[in-house]
Design a binder for this molecule. Structure first.
Ligand SMILES: Cc1cc2nc3c(=O)[nH]c(=O)nc-3n(C[C@H](O)[C@H](O)[C@H](O)COP(=O)(O)OP(=O)(O)OC[C@H]3O[C@@H](n4cnc5c(N)ncnc54)[C@H](O)[C@@H]3O)c2cc1C
Ligand code: SF4
Ligand code: SF4
Length: 478
């Protein structure tokens, strides 16, 4: 009898010692993830910018491997035994989450594209609803440098096969490429390979989004063949290495690029396109839009914003010393800029954010700014908005009334406006355009249930790109 009591008591003790702490930690983790998801929903950050992890909740066993594998921070979380998308906007699509899922419950994709108001409708060859107007790279919805390179050459392969059937009239280019990121550069190389006339127009220097990565960022990529150049074989490159490769390619193949040329409109006139920038109009038979999805920086629309001291990106924090600086925004780029500027000598740095606390930031950035705020290296001005930018000051509205602070430079880092409106003006139709509900927010409302058969996954898109690239193999250039 005593023996039985002892066995039961030991078993009970074991349960208390092992399972109670496990259950408490399980509950704590899930409450944190659920709170983050709610906050993200309130701020609209759960909506993805492009592709996102599609989770089949009926298969998910809640192991959390996908959460741990994601290098971008809190894109995913596990809430009460099922993986959920928390911060969809931050998903860049490299698919590490998909690869580690032991039960195949997670696929990275675009969801039901027919319902996505932020995904242009395209054929399998990436032609939009405007014949002759193609899309390559992230603008079509799928991130990743490899996809951009593959799609750039795929669409130009298709254009080459059309041109071979009827020649382009004199004085008109075969193709104008908008954007000199990986997709646009790959498209240009393919155009050279096919002996086509082309030019690239980009408002910025070549490199695309890669130019804006943090210094020495490790870029994860899968092996991919760059037309004429050869293979990018490694799985990891630093930002600087990648930019060097593109610079080498641009020089070696004398790629024709007009930098500082922001494309303002693309209009079809007869059989040709007129592509207008503020300085020139290029005429071509086909257009490849390789503009990415980041769009133009969000402006404040306040008096004084046109002063030379206002800028929309921070290139080199080290060039600011002994200045009064204001950073506007509450995301990672704003926080990184404020931290970088506060570490230079003699600066007084303030950060103005319209919300009551930073939420959108990675843990590393949150720790850095919290420590600088407590050591008075950065002054946070929460719940505030810029009212006016003056020569030597900035006027803000805060919960406690108006505040005027000394200022030499303003950095507005409040996100970007995606280029969807510009595409619609060109005549491009988007998924869900005829839906009753109207939303100006990018990204879909994420499904909480099992994805249906119409969902488009990364694998499917990659397989289609591979098939098309193989079937459109261009003749080898002389
Ligand atoms: C923080 C971060 C981390 C990432 N990490 C990775 C990673 O590790 N691995 C990976 O594979 N991918 C990663 N990505 C995604 C990758 O950078 C993009 O998918 C890729 O750069 C898309 O290439 P793209 O050529 O389609 O567009 P972009 O690189 O965005 O280039 C678009 C170009 O178009 C130009 N442009 C836009 N509008 C106009 C206009 N109106 N007129 C003229 N020019 C215009 C822009 O100036 C830009 O140069 C990351 C992205 C971010 C933001
Ligand atoms: S695709 Fe990449 S960024 Fe998106 S959730 Fe998966 S691992 Fe994270
Ligand atoms: S989606 Fe897969 S990896 Fe993520 S928690 Fe569910 S079972 Fe685990």
């Amino acid at each position: 009898m005593m023996e039985h009591i002892f066995i039961w008591a030991s078993a009970g003790l074991l349960i208390v010692m092992v399972f109670v702490p496990y259950w408490l930690s399980f509950r704590r983790r899930h409450t944190v993830a659920a709170t983050h998801k709610k906050e993200a929903q309130q701020l609209g950050l759960d909506k993805p910018r492009a592709q996102y992890p599609l989770i089949d909740s009926s298969l998910c066993i809640g192991c959390g491997s996908c959460v741990r594998a994601c290098p971008e921070g809190d894109v995913l979380g596990v809430v009460y035994g099922t993986a959920v998308v928390i911060n969809g906007e931050r998903c860049v699509g490299h698919g590490c989450c998909e690869r580690v899922c032991p039960v195949g419950a997670l696929k990275v994709g675009l969801g039901d594209v027919s319902m996505r108001e932020d995904i242009p409708i395209m054929t399998d060859l990436n032609e939009t609803t405007v014949p002759g107007l193609f899309i390559a790279g992230e603008l079509g919805g799928m991130s990743l440098i490899k996809n951009a390179i593959d799609q750039g050459q795929m669409v130009v392969g298709e254009i080459a096969s059309r041109i071979s059937k009827s020649a382009t009239p004199d004085g008109i280019l075969d193709v104008v490429i908008v954007g000199a990121g990986p997709a646009g550069l790959s498209a240009a190389l393919a155009a050279i390979k096919h002996g086509m006339s082309y030019t690239i127009l980009d408002e910025h220097p070549p490199g695309g989004t890669i130019l804006h990565y943090p210094r020495r960022k490790l870029v994860m990529t899968q092996p991919v063949e760059i037309p004429l150049y050869g293979w990018l074989k490694k799985n990891e490159y630093s930002k600087e290495e990648l930019l060097e490769i593109w610079q080498d390619i641009i020089g070696r193949f004398s790629i024709s690029i007009s930098s500082g040329a922001r494309v303002e409109s693309v209009t079809k006139v007869g059989e040709c396109f007129e592509v207008k920038t503020s300085q020139q109009t290029a005429r071509s038979r086909h257009v490849v839009l390789a503009m990415g999805r980041r769009g133009t920086p969000r402006k404040l629309d306040v008096p004084g914003e046109d002063l030379a001291k206002v800028t929309y990106k921070l290139v080199d924090a080290q060039s600011y010393n002994d200045c009064h600086l204001l950073v506007v925004g509450g995301g990672d780029s704003a926080v990184e800029a404020a931290v970088g500027l506060a570490r230079q000598s003699g600066n007084t740095v303030s950060i103005s954010y319209r919300k009551g606390s930073f939420f959108r930031v990675k843990k590393k950035n949150e720790n850095a700014i919290t420590s600088l705020i407590s050591s008075k290296g950065i002054r946070p001005i929460f719940d505030s908005q810029v009212l006016e930018i003056r020569e030597k000051t900035v006027l803000l509205s805060t919960k406690d009334g108006q505040l005027e602070i000394p200022n030499d430079y303003v950095f507005v880092l409040a996100g970007g406006v995606p280029p969807f409106a510009a595409l619609k003006q060109m005549g491009v139709t988007f998924g869900g355009q005829n839906k009753d509900t109207k939303s100006d927010k990018p990204g879909p409302d994420l499904p909480s249930k099992t994805p249906g058969p119409k969902l488009q996954t990364l694998d499917a898109v990659k397989a289609r790109s591979r098939e098309r690239a193989a079937s459109n193999q261009p003749p080898v250039a002389a």
